[in-house]
Design a protein around this ligand. Sequence first.
Ligand SMILES: [Cu+2]
Length: 452
Amino acid sequence: MRTSRKGAIVALAAILVLVAAACSGGGSTAASGGGEQAAAAPVGVQVTLADFTITPSTLSAPAGQALVFQVSNQGQSPHTFAMDVGGKTYDTGTVDPGATATLDVPALAAGSYQAYCAVPGHKEAGMTATVEASTGGTAGTSGTTSGGAAMSSTGMTAQQMADMHQAGVQAFLDGNQTDTQGGQLLRPTIENGVKVFQLTAEQVQWEISKGVFKPAMTFNGTVPGPEIHVNPGDRVRIVVQNQMDQPTTVHFHGMTVPNADDGVPFITQPPIMPGEYWTYEFTIKDPPGMYVYHSHFNSTEQVGSGMYGALIVEPKGGWKSVYGVRPQDEYTMFLGDGPLDYVLNGKSFPATLPLTASRGDWVLIHMANDGSLLHPMHLHGYHFEVVAEDGFALSRQNRYMADTLVVAPGSRYDILVHAIYPGAWAFHCHILPHVEGPQGMYGMVTALVVSK
Ligand SMILES: [Cu+2]
């Protein structure tokens, strides 16, 4: 975290914490019983280092869930935060005075673990803490957490809950949580006037949030796969190489294509077996808008694990020729759920990227849901205009304003936001278990950040 941004971050964090609090009223996600939603996201644990203490001295954590220790050094000396688990040492490395770091620790079995500063002499000087990993809501029964404060039904103190929410928001606002991003533009080669795109189906470990890797099935190694941009009338060839250990096919969702290029195994083509390739070729007959390519083989696993990408038919005269205004900012937002958990563009909050705009911009967002659940996407502070459905621009009288748009599996929408209100405005799925638990926000949360 850069200190120069600290004031702004704290202010934005306050906004988003308020936002989160407003959204989270009502039923809580049960901490006991280890529901699937709770198991999906790593659990943040707040740690403060000083000269020469670790606070709190007893760190309560759920057993059986990946942990992310959010470490802040408020001392005058460099320190580390380290833990020995099963013969392996997990260590942040040096955290300078005033700096922060995170330490990812895989799921722990229930029990007590020692944590310490690994700088020589500091452990002996008293820089130790106990990590109590427990199942269900029994954490902290000894009352040894900070101040011996009362536990909420979540097994955390109110302060711990607030701290974890804040840590997630800070990580989001710090940005660049993961090294990878999906949806990058795929450049074609031109062969005799045909735009040729190369897609490779491959299995990778995909980082959905910092330090949390999931086995993914991808096009060209990313989730979403790369973006294919074409114009009406283009002749397009898409060569799909299968480097996975199971067959696949590719379907061009919403596109008008010859039947033989529809990508359905044993209806229009044989599956593309491992090591083989298949060529799809067609002319773009559909109007400008958002379309999707995705696997059509073992789809629950393959699409759920990331095999989808945007196929954008761009108007030759720019989007103004279709929607009447010229967008200064253009984003694609893929909704996903399933084996990769709840993700926006293949990332779970806080690793999602914010949508940024300057005040007064028109922001065009192409939205698509390639998950298996409905996701009502809600933008705070604004009403947006729905200008296209399933790749077809709506007529003037059929456009409509909304702040919450239910995006069904397979649906696409183009929406326009006139970014006239500065600030960080949360933009999230409103099915609450997809976005927030006792430890803070996760999953399908991002923000529209409008500069002044
Ligand atoms: Cu949702």
